[in-house]
Each structure stands twice: as structure tokens, then as C-alpha cells.
Design a protein. Structure first.
Length: 278
């Protein structure tokens, strides 16, 4: 199956994918310290400036044009695409709406009381109680529900700290033009992925493009996202983060909550899984 139904999958720094030390320390694998060049220091400063800007924003919204590779059993890579709308209202609300190329529309919702994931193609949803702020909900979603989330570290209040802990090496490629805007092109590595990010030059250092490559995965699949319509002070309707299921919606449970009987293979059909997207 090329694309499972309920998948709002990882992308930038997928859960646990951005850990290390080198962006700030110049530390090579194996613990050998190396001097940080002027360009590397500049790249680190731009990356952390971006992270602090997003972490400090009380609200923000952005649109993403996403493309990602799925490696088939025969080794062939097939690219899928979708549009994602990300909306954040601190301390505890997140809305991620996804429109896929096949017309389906999925949703991840944090409302400060629970986490909801909707598969629009089948009108099924799963819901779990989760009071707490965004950082706690992201960790619960990834660690306890064992789900993957698009751009998870972008949501964290301590996004900058997450990068400092996880980035192993970093380089400044140069100032270029992305989507008609001047941008700082930065290349970096984590334990699991190589990534490039283009950060807008100027007073609002937001990411304009991100490209992830997974060298340890078969076929070296890539994830790519172009960001547009950044708004660091949006206004949201009072019910924007409320979940309102349709009349024909059916509630199921997350896969991790499923107590599997001996013939679990047949009963897993109704579980929410993360599927094949990167």
C-alpha cells in the first residue's frame, strides 16, 4: 500500500531526528572537538535566531507545500505531495490540516484537553485525553501514542534548545533567493538526517524551505517543504481549535492503545497507524 489512510507523518526533524551537539560546539562524531569557522558560527546564529523567533511567538500560522519520497519494496522511489496548514496558539493549541494529492483531508488537533487525529478519507478519528501545553502534548503524541508529527520541533517553545542538543554539524552555504525573498542557505546534520534550511533574511527570520535527506534509509529518501504565508500574529476564531466531527464520523483508538488478541493481525484494521510517509 503506497499511502496509509491515517498518516500525518514526520518531516522536519521527525520525532527524535534532530539531536546532537555540533551546531554550537563544533563536535565531530566520536567526540573530537574542532574549531568552528566564521561561516559555521554565522550559520548557527541564524538557525538559532529562527528557532527563538518561533519559540517566542504566542501565535503563528503558515502554509506548507510538501513533497516526500516513499521507497517501494522494489527500491523504486515514488514522490507524494500535499498542502499543510499549520496554526499554533500558545500555550496549548495546535491545528495541522493536510490536503493530499488524492483529495483527502486529514487533521491533527491539540486543544489543551485532548489530542485528536482525523483521517478525512475514511471519516475515522482517534482521540486521547492530554491536558497540558504544546510541548507536553508533542512529547505525548510522539512518545506515548507512538505517532509521527509533521515539523514537531517547530512547535516547541524550546525549539532553539532542541536544535542545540541535536545538530551535529553545520555549514553556511550562502545568501540566495527563495520564493522571491533573500534567504540564508544552511546545511546541517543530525544523527538520523541531513537537512538544508533556507531562512528569510531580515527582521522575521522564518524558514522558507527545508529539505531533509535520510542517508541511513534505503534509497536515501527526501522530504521537502516550501513555506509561505507566514503570520506571527494571526487572529483565530474562538472555535478554531475545537474538533467537530461530521455526522458520519466513526471513532477508533490509536494503535498503541489496542490490546491485541492472539489473532491481532485481523483486529488491527481499525487502529490509527503512522503508515509509510517520512
Amino acid at each position: 500500500m503506497l499511502r496509509s489512510s491515517l498518516v500525518l507523518a514526520a518531516s522536519l526533524f521527525a520525532a527524535g531526528a534532530v539531536h546532537a551537539q555540533g551546531a554550537s560546539s563544533g563536535q565531530e562524531p566520536g567526540g573530537v572537538m574542532v574549531a568552528e569557522s566564521v561561516g559555521q558560527r554565522f550559520a548557527r546564529d541564524r538557525l538559532l535566531e529562527m528557532a527563538r523567533t518561533l519559540g517566542a511567538a504566542e501565535r503563528f500560522s503558515v502554509s506548507l507545500n510538501v513533497a516526500y519520497d516513499v521507497v517501494q519494496d522494489n527500491g523504486q522511489k515514488i514522490e507524494f505531495g500535499e498542502i499543510r496548514e499549520l496554526e499554533v496558539q500558545r500555550p496549548d493549541k495546535v491545528r495541522i490540516a493536510e490536503s493530499a494529492g488524492d483529495g483527502s483531508q486529514d487533521l491533527i488537533l491539540f486543544d489543551g484537553k485532548s489530542i485528536t487525529v482525523l483521517d478525512g478519507a475514511t471519516s475515522v478519528f482517534a482521540q486521547a485525553p492530554q491536558p497540558g501545553d504544546i510541548d507536553a502534548s508533542v512529547r505525548y503524541f510522539v512518545r506515548d501514542l507512538q505517532m509521527r508529527m509533521p515539523l514537531a520541533p517547530l512547535l516547541l517553545t524550546d525549539f532553539a534548545g532542541e536544535l542545540q542538543r541535536r545538530v551535529r554539524s553545520i555549514d553556511y552555504v550562502g545568501l540566495t533567493d527563495i520564493l522571491g525573498k533573500p534567504a540564508h542557505h544552511i546545511a546541517a546534520r543530525t544523527a538520523q538526517a541531513d537537512f538544508q534550511v533556507w531562512i528569510a533574511d531580515g527582521e522575521q527570520p522564518t524558514p522558507l524551505r527545508i529539505v531533509m535527506t535520510y542517508p541511513a534509509s534505503e534509497g536515501h529518501p527526501q522530504f521537502r517543504a516550501d513555506f509561505s504565508k507566514w503570520d506571527l500574529a494571526p487572529s483565530f476564531a474562538a472555535d478554531r481549535f475545537e474538533f467537530k466531527p461530521s455526522a458520519d464520523a466513526r471513532q477508533i483508538i490509536f494503535a498503541v492503545q489496542l490490546v491485541a488478541p492472539p489473532d491481532a493481525a485481523e483486529s488491527a484494521e481499525g487502529a490509527v497507524t503512522e503508515g509509510v510517509k517520512p
